[in-house]
Design a protein around this ligand. Sequence first.
Ligand code: NDP
Length: 245
Amino acid sequence: MTGIQDKVIAITGASSGIGEAAALLLAGRGAKVVLGARRLERLEPLVERITKAGGQALLARTDVTRREDVAGLVRLACERYGRLDVLISNAGSLATSPLDELRVDDWEALIDTNIKGVLYGIAAALPVFRKQGFGHFINTASTSAHRIVPGQAVYAGTKFAVRAISEGLRQEAGAALRVTVISPGMTRTNFLEHVKDPETHARFAETMEKIAIAPDAIARAMAFAIEQPADVDVGEVIVRPTAQN
Ligand code: NDP
């Protein structure tokens, strides 16, 4: 199936930022979206907004650090809409600190959300895609998967891992499946809420205010990958502000 109309698309991290923008864009173009995140108080009005506009959307409370939650999101799509065309593993978290500070809890949380969350998506959707004979993984990485700066070693490590796992998946997937990595640069979302250190937060916020692009720009890249013919695999798209180094 080419295009976006009628595709069943599950999205993790759909309650905010890039995931929310993708949900609105794709539902507006006729996809049936199945939205996962932990904050139901943000997902519920989003589903209402989409359905009021004539679209189709479902939600499931999903913590991507819990394998059974991600499996439940995929199951919901298959049970209610009969199949899953695309899984967008977009949920992600950020913590920054020099390695010297030994914030091991932060390291573990980053690995659990950013790496294991994507792996649980693969574990949930790959058997479904194999059975169907079609399916498309879209995994959100980052420009930090290409460029490392001090304080972001672990975050960048998780995003390098997303790229590596996605490339391995692409090579193993065979002709029937598609695998896309979307690597955003600085994007105007709630992502900085994760940055606890006030000085780092202020520095990031200033740059974001000056140069960040709208989350819709990333959603459009996801839509571009999805709407290609079934034999066209968009491998990776980097979308960043023109002003970003
Ligand atoms: P937001 O903070 O606006 O959104 C993050 C989303 O991830 C929220 O919907 C949040 O939902 C969800 N999320 C976080 N942890 C979990 C979890 N354990 N289980 C389920 N959902 C979770 O940030 P963005 O939209 O910017 O982030 C989306 C992706 O884009 C991330 O992977 C991020 O790494 C990546 N990215 C963002 C950049 C930016 O500049 N904004 C740059 C490069 C990459 P909830 O809290 O409700 O669970």
